[in-house]
Design a protein around this ligand. Structure first.
Ligand code: KIV
Length: 289
């Protein structure tokens, strides 16, 4: 083996790369399209507050999703269904304030776009104007195509979301894998093409077989963002509390846990409690005279 083969790759990273690039201006949907053209994979995380958003932004995560998963992960609801537009608006504004570079995408919650395109436009316009987010996400394939088209015509970039759509938990009777079997796979492909034709700039594929997600990714010219959809999507998204080990109890099988934040916080809280009860905190260094 030659020295050159042993040496670490010293070629500069692509300055335009979504992850690891050097540009500090805010990422736009044009950057996302360019990444698909380059074949670049990229990460996306949810965020629900300014401080966490600033951590992920400084770590270089190029897209932050103010997901309605805030219902389960931040607001203490049983599902995403009760989340309101007011709640999404307050937390989206916080995530925009906490980030400098990431494209911030806000979810339209259940009941704020299903009535039709005009309701969707009213809800999305409010979020874009009041919070500063750069794009909107909504659930549904063919059934949401009209909504997507009107938002895009009005100048609002849309990330679509197909496969398992958690706002329909009551209709699904849980969170089952989608797109299994020939008929369901064909419907997923139709949904993917419908949202692309309607003008979506990307599409989340949630809980679908890896082979089907690969086929959708090959077929579309917009990027696919996988969650429980295997390794062949253009991007991957995780709910941050799952990714960082903050969620209590069981997490879905597709989650990889990269830290144990819940254990660290528990230890810190217990150490504080023990110090206070023992009179060890505050010490002289923390006191004023
Ligand atoms: O609300 C959310 O966090 C989402 C992701 C799981 C894609 O929709």
């Amino acid at each position: 083996m030659t020295h050159a083969q042993n040496a670490p790759d010293s070629s500069p990273a692509n300055p335009k790369a979504l992850y690891g690039g050097t540009s500090s201006r805010r990422i736009t949907v044009r950057d996302i399209a360019a990444a698909k053209a380059r074949g670049e994979k990229w990460p996306m995380l949810t965020a629900y507050d300014a401080m966490t958003a600033s951590v992920f932004d400084e770590a270089g995560i190029p897209v932050l999703l103010v997901g309605d998963s805030m219902g389960n992960c931040h607001l203490g609801y049983e599902s995403t269904v009760p989340v309101t537009l007011d709640e999404i608006a307050v937390l989206s504004a916080a995530v925009v304030r906490g980030s400098k570079r990431a494209l911030v995408v806000a979810d339209l919650p259940f009941g704020t776009y299903q009535e039709g395109p005009v309701q969707a436009l009213r809800s999305a316009t409010r979020l874009v104007k009041e919070t500063g987010v750069g794009a909107i996400k909504l659930e549904g394939g063919e059934r949401s195509a009209e909504q997507i088209r009107l938002l895009v015509d009005a100048g609002i970039p849309v990330m679509a979301h197909i496969g398992l759509t958690p706002q329909s938990v009551n209709a699904f009777g849980g969170y089952p894998v989608q797109g299994r079997g020939e008929e369901a796979a064909q419907q997923l492909l139709r949904d993917a093409k419908a949202v692309q034709d309607a003008g979506a700039f990307s599409v989340v594929l949630e809980l679908v077989p890896a082979e089907l997600a690969a086929e959708v990714t090959r077929t579309l010219h917009i990027p696919t963002v996988g969650i429980g959809a295997g390794p062949h999507c253009d991007a991957q998204v995780l709910v941050w509390t799952d990714m960082a080990g903050m969620t209590s109890g069981r997490v879905p099988r597709f989650v990889k846990q990269y830290a144990d934040v819940r254990a660290s916080l528990t230890d810190a809280a217990r150490a504080f409690g023990a110090d206070v009860t023992a009179g060890a905190y505050p010490a002289e260094a923390h006191s004023f005279h």
